[in-house]
Structures are given as C-alpha cells and as structure tokens.
Design a protein. Structure first.
Length: 390
C-alpha cells in the first residue's frame, strides 16, 4: 500500500512539473484571441509614442507564407499585413532582381526563382508581390511549411475597378464600360502593364489567355488552386473582415497583426455603371473562367466561415473592429490623393513617432524599399539594387 501511495505521489509531481514547464514555454507567446480587458491593454500599449514594435514578435506565428497578390482585390492591403510582419519578425522575402520592376516578380513571364535578386539564398520565408503564378517555381522558392493564400473579388466589380484604375477608357478610346466589355470579350491580348482585359484573376493564377474558353484547362487550373492554397480570401462586403479572421487563425497571428487600413484605394471613383441585362450577359460571356473560379471559392469560403463558428467569428470581428478603430484614430490625421488618385494617409503627430503607425500606412513601394535596404545591410553590399529604385 505504501509503495502504491509513493507511486501515486510521484505521478502527481510529474504531472505538476510538466504543466509548469508548459506554462514557462508558452507564457511569452501571444494568444490568437484575447479577453476584452487583455485586448484593450495590448492595444493601449501599441498606441503610445514610445512603443517598441519588437514587442509584437510572436513565437507562435507561422514563419513562411506565399501570397498571390491578385489585381484590384484589396491585395495591397493584405500585402501590407504580410510585409510589415516580415519586417517585424526579420523574415526573408523574395525580392525582384530589377529594381525598376518593384511591383512584380518577373515582369513579363510566369514566375521563376531566377527573377529574384536574392535567388542564391533560397528558400525564403515570404513571397508576396504580383506575379503570374507558377506552382513549381513558387514551391522551389519557399520553405516547405509555407501557407498559401490569395484573394478574389466579384468579377464584375473587379473588372470595373480595373477599367477605371488602369484608365482603359482614356488609353484605348472606349466610349463606355459596356463598350469596353463588348470589344474585348474575345480578345487574347493583354494590357502592356501585364494585366488581362478579362478573366483578370485567372490570368494572375497563371492561366494563359488562349485557354480562357477551354473548359478542361480552366477546370484543371481551379483544381490545382484548390489543392495548393490553404485559404482563398474574399474581398466583397462582410467577407473581407471574415477573411482577415481566417487569415489570423491560419497564421497563428494576433488581432493587431491583421488590423489594416485600405492601401492603394481610389480616393474617389466614377459612379458605377448600371449592370443592365445586356451588360451582365456580356460580362458573363467575357469572364466565364473568373466567374467559375469565384463561385467555386466563395462556396468553399462560406463553408470555412460556418466551420469556424458564428459566435467565435462574432467575438473576433468585435476585437478586430475595436483594434482597427483604435489604431486608425491614433495613427491617422487625414488623407490626401497620391498616384492615380489613390489614398495616401497623413500620420498624426503621435503616429509619426510610432513605429507601428508608420508600418500600418506604408505603401508597397515603401515596404519593399525597406526590405531591400535591410537585405543589403545584412550582406554589407548592394545585392538588391536601390539606385534608381524609387
């Protein structure tokens, strides 16, 4: 009996020691969801002039990620989240070899690792710039545990946004959006800016325009995307914030990591056209591949949200709204028009001195420049050229 009691005491001590060790190992790791009091305290800490951004380094975060940045889908806002995370946690990022082509990896061809100025040091943690998707080369460039993420938008809304942003009416003399859709609905040509005039999202995913009407190839590409990507976010309406919550949980991030303001958003836009039956018909006819892609992944997205749980989603959306509003009110004093009439944020006096505020409103160009400078500083030479870069 005494031996049995001794064994029992030893077992209880062992359990207690293990629980204590687990506590020590995890106490410095940020939880992905916080009670309100804890969240408010953390956000209040961030919105202070002397805040040290290194406090946000999270040992639980997934360290490797691929983001396929699609055109006119709020991709710049998601990219801001990812690149500022890379800067904060000192993650390696694939950077374009040609400094003048900072916006796209491999400007005129499907992605290849040879387009990277740091190609000799692959694999990297992050790829997050525009590209024409090439699965084998992306996989060869990233660490094996990378998460794959992209974002989609309703094809009609996306196409009109591209039509205004890239100034296709002025550049190519279309009389109206409907005139543009009708005249390009069977074209295999693309904009010299390497943007497709139709099926923009499938083009970014690597589908060649000659295959837009080939159902078998389109279906094969969609199947490849489904088997490759861990999360396809949705830009439209309430789905966008839900997408941020799913991204946060996929990457084991905190709510502060996914708080975001709209980057590269048009300050004002022309009134949207009335989508008449005729225009809707032409849009469907011209963008069948994009509609098939969008409908497929909207269904998958809704299933993910349902599986996540309504109450949990509601709680995390409340945390996100609180955090975003708190940061925006502290960091931002106003806005002004930038290139192509996109929104440029004016930092408040306090925001100018806050490291996280500066990252929150940084453009793709600014973040990419910081990444190139950091990389060159580590190598003690200009491997990724800066001269003439901006």
């Amino acid at each position: 009996m005494n031996r049995w009691l001794l064994y029992r005491k030893l077992l209880m001590c062992s359990v207690a020691i293990n629980l204590f060790l687990i506590f020590l190992l995890t106490k410095e790791q940020w939880p992905t969801s916080l009670p309100n009091e804890q969240l408010h305290s953390l956000v209040d800490d961030v919105v202070s002039v002397d805040f040290n951004c290194h406090k946000l380094v999270n040992s639980k975060s997934v360290q490797s990620m691929f983001f396929l940045k699609t055109h006119k889908t709020a991709g710049s806002s998601i990219q801001n989240i990812i690149l500022r995370k890379a800067l904060l946690e000192d993650l390696s990022v694939g950077l374009t070899r040609q400094e003048a082509d900072w916006v796209r990896l491999c400007p005129n061809t499907p992605f290849s690792r040879q387009c990277l100025c740091n190609a000799k040091e692959l694999p990297v943690n992050v790829l997050a710039h525009h590209m024409l998707f090439n699965k084998s080369e992306v996989k060869a460039s990233l660490k094996s545990d990378a998460r794959y993420v992209s974002i989609l938008r309703d094809p009609a809304s996306l196409l009109y946004s591209a039509y205004t942003y890239f100034r296709w009416r002025e550049r190519f003399n279309y009389s109206s959006f409907e005139d543009f859709v009708i005249r390009t609905k069977s074209t295999k040509k693309i904009d010299p800016l390497i943007v497709s005039f139709r099926n923009l999202m499938m083009f970014d995913f690597g589908l060649h325009p000659k295959n837009y009407e080939d159902d078998a190839i389109v279906d094969s590409k969609i199947a490849e995307i489904e088997s490759t990507f861990d999360l396809i976010m949705i830009r439209d309406g309430e789905y966008f914030k839900q997408s941020l919550i799913l991204l946060k949980n996929l990457m084991h991030w905190t709510v502060i990591d996914v708080a975001v303001v709209a980057i590269n958003k048009m300050m004002s836009s022309a009134p949207k056209p009335v989508f008449s039956k005729s225009l809707t018909h032409h849009l469907l006819e011209a963008n069948q591949a994009d509609y098939k892609l969008y409908r497929k992944f909207l269904t998958i997205f809704k299933e993910k949200v349902k599986k996540f749980g309504a109450e949990k989603m509601k709680k995390e959306l409340e945390e996100l709204n609180y955090t975003t509003n708190k940061l925006a009110n502290f960091c931002i004093a106003g806005t002004k028009p930038g290139s192509r009439n996109t929104t440029v944020y004016i930092l408040s006096k306090a925001g100018e001195d806050n490291c996280y505020c500066r990252l929150l409103v940084a453009s793709e160009k600014d973040l990419t420049r910081q990444l190139r400078q950091r990389y060159n500083k580590k190598r003690k030479k200009e491997v990724c050229r800066i001269r003439g870069y901006l």
